[in-house]
Design a protein around this ligand. Sequence first.
Ligand SMILES: *[C@@H]1O[C@H](CO)[C@@H](O)[C@H](O)[C@H]1NC(C)=O
Ligand SMILES: *[C@@H]1O[C@H](CO)[C@@H](O)[C@H](O)[C@H]1NC(C)=O
Ligand SMILES: *[C@@H]1O[C@H](CO)[C@@H](O)[C@H](O)[C@H]1NC(C)=O
Length: 927
Amino acid sequence: MKSSWKMDSRILDYLMLVLIQSIAILAVTDNNDFAVLTALRSSWTNLPRNWGDGDPCDSNWEGVNCTGTRVTNLSLAGMGLVGRSISDVSSLTALQSLDLSNNVNLSAILPPSIGNLRNLSVLILIHCSFYGPIPDSIGSLQQLVYISLLGNRFTGPIPPSIGNLSRLSWLDLSDNNINGSIPVSSETSPGLDRLLNARHFHFSRNQLSGSVPSQLFSSNMSLLHARFDGNLLEGSIPPNLSNLRSLNELYLANNNFNGNIPNLTGLINLTYVDMSNNSFSASGVPEWFSSLQSLTTIIMENTRLQGQIPVDVFTLPQLETMNLSNNNLTGTLNIGNSYRNNITLDLRNNSITNFQQSTTNYNMDVELVGNPVCNTNGRAPSRFCSIEDPRVFIPRLSNCGAMSCRGDAVLTPTCQCSRPYTGTIHFYSVSFSNLQNVSYFNSLNGTLMSLFLSDGLPVNSVIASNPVIDLYSYMQFTLQIFPSGQDSFERRSVSRIGFLLNRQPFHLQYFGPSFFIDQPYCCFSGSNNSSHVGIIVGVTIGGFILVLMIVLAGIYAYRQKKKAKRAMDMNNPFPSWDPEKESGAVPQLHGAKWFSFEDMRKCTNNFSETNCVGVGGYGKVYKGTVDTSHVVAIKRAQQGSMQGAHEFKTEIELLSRIHHKNVVSLVGFCYEQGEQMLVYEYISNGTLKDCLSGKSELKLDWNKRLRIALDAAKGLSYLHELADPPIIHRDIKSTNILLDSHLVAKVADFGLSKLVGDTGKGYVSTQVKGTLGYMDPEYYMTQQLTEKSDVYSFGVVLLELVTGRAPIQHGKHIVRLVQEAMGDTKNFDQIIDPNLDSRAKLGGLEKLVDLAMGCVKEFSVDRPTMGEVVREIENIMELANVDKKTNHTEFSSSSFEKSTDESPLRSYVAEEFDESYGSFPFRVERN
Ligand SMILES: *[C@@H]1O[C@H](CO)[C@@H](O)[C@H](O)[C@H]1NC(C)=O
Ligand SMILES: *[C@@H]1O[C@H](CO)[C@@H](O)[C@H](O)[C@H]1NC(C)=O
Ligand SMILES: *[C@@H]1O[C@H](CO)[C@@H](O)[C@H](O)[C@H]1NC(C)=O
């Protein structure tokens, strides 16, 4: 029986092959282009499944568009492509548009042969892993209108030949390692000043050096956006900058510019300007502040502004945001009474001494902390002198009652389950300050929705949520795009959505230009079998073969389905997973116990609310008692955040192997009745975050903080250096460091952990997960995870211990805050946690801050290992004369005893939401 089926299937395969080949004879695609696509098919993986079926142009291979017989459009964004060369693409000589964005495993150079693509007008390679220099031959692509190479690892200079691209409108080279100076033309060489049609120069965050040449600002240029921020540029800004009368947005921040603050009076269309953190000569508030009527945003942090702010600045009709913090502004702050409502005004750390009250009720946000005016009672409204939490838009969640979805599915706004294409959209700028005003989000959703629908994409809805201001002051949102009429997207839709979001053929009110970085899509729906076969058949083959093919295709599909089911059965190791029956697939558990659902239900009073001690994106945490006296925390996954059986098994195997004093240990697990629960030891004193933020009554003096730092470092160093296999935690943060009854710190929550070693390369390349504020910027950009990413996060925790602040407050990252304060004793004193003693009593403070800053170095190679961190903290404690051992009696003080009894929230709450912390809640959903 079995063998005859096997033979049938071989005949079937053969017949299918013959049929497909006979179709190929009728091909319409140019032979050369066909050969190129075939070559790509064998050198890249994860290409759409229908590549190879029939003829590319005739049968519409996904991501390929043809004009006549030639391939003119290759659009493979977000496919998860893996490849090491794109040289073949250079032979698609009729290509007009090439988009390979969001394929981080496409790791290649841009070959000089790219210069053969003489018809190319759009080139988008955002967020892949391209490296090496940008070839000079790019200057021969005379049709180019749009280039974005953002977020790769390109090195070397900007090729001057780009200056030959006379039609170029958009040039984005941001987030690479491009160096050298900005090329301008000479008698013998082209340069960027020849790009008279350029609207967008985006060169942010590279290594560009030298001065900005004045030729770039000739009055023939028509730039809208000029982004030079985050480079090593120096010298003074050429005065003819004011020639750029069409300029909307100007970004010069974070360079080494000196000389005078430029006179922008001529830039009558300017809406957004950021010149922060440069070394300009000291100057008063420039007059253009009050004369440029279009300005919505002025950001001039740390630019040596001095003197009094003229009152007419506040009458600008469009003004939303003004950040002049960390300057030397003095005198009286007079906002007047004809200011615009809802302005956000950040004047922290200046020398303002007085406040002139013009009305009784200011409808604006002013921050004056760090000014003398806040030290004298009553001069300024007190709310201007206190640190307020940022106002954040909380997206309306659909009210779908108790509904929930399985697996990767998510509820749409209309309460259906489907699987959204998800990613992050980053805006270089926004023109509003009020993040609570829903209008802006609706406007964004609406524009994107109509973009997709007018393109014929099967999109049901779009949700933008979780606004976050990232390290680089970009506003970013999580974007979920839901499919309509089906439960997941086809590949062609995903690549088209990616293309539209990165090509930006739309104008968004209130939002500047953007780019889109996706999370690899979980679940492309297959499109080839059904519709596709039908089309070929209809077009090319007569009656008899048609019938035969339909029959064959039916059998084929049936067989594939059977195969799939068999594979699925084999994929579930758990049916045999009952310890009573000691059979095959029982996982390798080291001391972790199996609990029945009934055990769990009983010990938590039927999962009662009073036992619930924490809630997170994955579900709830309950306190319970097992084996009559053992207090545990039970983490119960909810529908929709369950892992696959294999992942769950892997996770408990991993967790059960971990045994260290400074790591929370797994007691057991439950996998029954469709539930997944992890049972941990109960840690009674809650999270480090609670202690630092004042939510808990526990107060941590300096010595306790040093001990906690040492404990946590030891736990982490164990995971990196002693656990077998080593583990990268991936989500180190103060909510994941728990304190037990003796204030011994324990590292918790390995839900997001990754084993090291499987790849053999010393890094694990994976989808970026973690918590904003703690996330290693290098990991974020390269998606390559190493132990050093944990070291970065640990550095942020150390800074929290010193400052008592959240990693991001007021959109400002703690690393930058400390960096800025470090040179200056007065400022530095201000950032130390006010709950700590005076600075003189904090032994080893400077050394600990130095260590923390070493941990958060930009490049991971410059950061210490966790082992080195442990040793350095030990040294610091020795110098500060702190006993390294936790002194038990020290903590049986009455306040501590009291707090354990009274606070119901002391517990395993590692993943609770971050609302109270003054930072933006930012969670990347688990798969
Ligand atoms: C990239 O490659 C690595 C290893 O080859 C793999 O584990 C990872 O899933 C890939 N990432 C994507 C997005 O395909
Ligand atoms: C700035 O430029 C405008 C005209 O372009 C000029 O009238 C004004 O005096 C300049 N301001 C300063 C301070 O030089
Ligand atoms: C929200 O923003 C829109 C657009 O700027 C504005 O018209 C509206 O008045 C704002 N609403 C509130 C409540 O501020």
